[in-house]
Design a protein around this ligand. Structure first.
Ligand SMILES: *[C@@H]1O[C@H](CO)[C@@H](O)[C@H](O)[C@H]1NC(C)=O
Ligand SMILES: *[C@@H]1O[C@H](CO)[C@@H](O)[C@H](O)[C@H]1NC(C)=O
Ligand SMILES: *[C@@H]1O[C@H](CO)[C@@H](O)[C@H](O)[C@H]1NC(C)=O
Ligand SMILES: *[C@@H]1O[C@H](CO)[C@@H](O)[C@H](O)[C@H]1NC(C)=O
Length: 419
């Protein structure tokens, strides 16, 4: 409950949730007023899980589950789970195909498991004969160890999604390929799509991929065009850096709540009214699952990562982290501006499935169109695009009807690419 209250505390401090607006989490449970209810008077005392993902979310449903640790080249020790098979083991003699699921910003591996086994993606994949792997990004609760750095120091938090792409992804993918001896199918949500896209655009990891599904794809962000979005992005680029340096950005932390509160006051933005315009309305969340979500998610990232997102929003291009001073960029990149990720360079024959929502304010339709513009040169028979009019950001991981709307299509796509 402590964590829930912390979460509620900071959110209500900002007149209900504008922090999550800033935080790139889009939350609006089914049938209105859900957020107010969930934040001010949770219907149940839902506790966050302290056990690992396997113990808390998988084994209890009768699936096998294994926990692994993977160390990145820059020393972060990530936790990784494996569901090697479904509840009913198919004896068809075929080797199980590995699938890796990569969560988004402020979430962790557990965010895939908030709905019942019949409704959540990893278990549906396992029951369809896949060997399912779940990764947990550095800084989230089960991936906060390092070979030499302590997570309470700023050095631990000196990274952005550039490093998630260049260190976390290859470490996890090498490990899964090594364990299974096969190429993998990848599923990313939100930030998990961004780090895949930029890696592939540099030609990295492609050889280890069999096929790729991108849910709520995030690449370009400049169409998150609301007043609060603009103010927040400006503030992250300007003040936030000096206020918090390279520190942890924990959405449950009091100081962050205070920061957001001052943001709402000083910008003249009414954080409450802007909510429904801004976040996008998730059509199809179960309020029990949503309570679980509030109890478990809101995972940490680095402040530097937030600044990098704000730069992407501001600049309308997809580039590496901007050190702001030409000299610093020169030092890091050998040029005065940060190098651009050119998504047109994603190999044209990489099988891609892309699903986006009409209500998703973070993966805005206009921004997805820019991404699709880059993919115009993609081989036609290797690109499958799905648009779900009523879906917003969270529906893709916890929509009650996501199985029918999205997951069955992902399964079919993977099976087709593998046949
Ligand atoms: C990290 O630092 C904190 C505070 O100084 C300390 O309590 C903790 O034991 C340290 N953790 C490790 C793994 O050394
Ligand atoms: C953070 O990492 C960069 C390299 O990625 C390095 O140049 C910089 O000095 C580091 N910052 C701190 C405060 O250690
Ligand atoms: C919502 O979640 C609860 C708790 O997991 C479950 O009992 C209920 O059946 C779910 N409702 C729907 C419509 O799936
Ligand atoms: C990206 O690459 C494509 C083809 O490789 C090229 O035509 C385009 O000009 C590049 N865009 C940028 C911004 O460099």
């Amino acid at each position: 409950m402590a964590v829930v209250r912390g979460f509620l505390g900071f959110a209500t401090a900002c007149r209900d949730f504008c922090v999550l607006v800033v935080l790139v989490l889009v939350v609006h449970p089914h049938r209105a007023n859900g957020i107010r209810r969930a934040l001010t008077a949770p219907s149940k005392d839902v506790k966050p899980s302290v056990a690992g993902v396997c113990a808390a979310s998988v084994i209890v449903h009768g699936y096998k589950c294994q926990e692994f640790k993977v160390t990145t080249k820059d020393g972060y020790i990530l936790s990784l789970q494996r569901i090697p098979e479904g509840r009913v083991v198919q004896k068809d003699g075929n080797k199980r195909q590995p699938v890796l699921l990569q969560h988004g910003l402020f979430m962790d591996g557990m965010s895939w498991f908030l709905n019942s086994p019949e409704q959540n993606l990893p278990m549906i994949l396992a029951d369809n004969g896949f060997d399912v792997w779940i990764s947990n990004t550095r800084g989230t609760r089960f991936s906060r160890k390092h070979t030499s750095l302590n997570s309470s120091t700023t050095d631990f938090w000196n990274w952005t999604w550039d490093e998630l792409a260049s260190f976390d992804m290859p470490a996890v993918i090498d490990f899964v390929c090594g364990q299974t001896g096969q190429k993998i199918n990848y599923v990313g949500h939100s930030q998990g799509t961004l780090i895949a896209l930029v890696s592939f655009s540099e030609g990295k990891l492609v050889k280890q991929m069999k096929s790729v599904a991108l849910l709520s794809p995030v690449a370009y962000m400049s169409n998150m065009n609301t007043a609060l979005g603009r103010v927040a992005a400006k503030t992250f680029v300007g003040e936030m850096g000096t206020m918090y340096g390279d520190a942890e950005f924990n959405p449950k932390m009091v100081e962050v709540g205070d920061f957001i509160k001052s943001l709402c006051t000083y910008s003249g933005v009414d954080c409450y009214d802007i909510l429904s315009d801004f976040t996008g309305k998730n059509c199809c969340l179960n309020s029990s699952s949503f309570d679980l979500f509030l109890a478990n998610e809101g995972q940490s990232t680095s402040t530097k990562n937030m600044i990098h997102f704000a730069q992407t929003f501001r600049d309308g291009t997809l580039a590496k982290y901007d050190y702001a001073w030409p000299l610093y960029n020169e030092m890091h990149y050998g040029q005065v501006t940060p190098p651009i990720y050119n998504l047109s360079n994603i190999p044209h024959d990489l099988p891609l499935f892309l699903s986006y929502g009409g209500q998703d304010a973070l993966s805005d339709v206009q921004d997805v169109k820019l991404l699709l513009g880059n993919l115009k040169v993609h081989d036609v028979d290797k690109l499958s695009v799905q648009f779900i009019k009523e879906y917003a950001h969270l529906d893709f991981i916890m929509g009650l009807n996501a199985k029918d709307k999205v997951y069955n299509q992902v399964v079919t796509f993977f099976k087709h690419q593998n046949s």
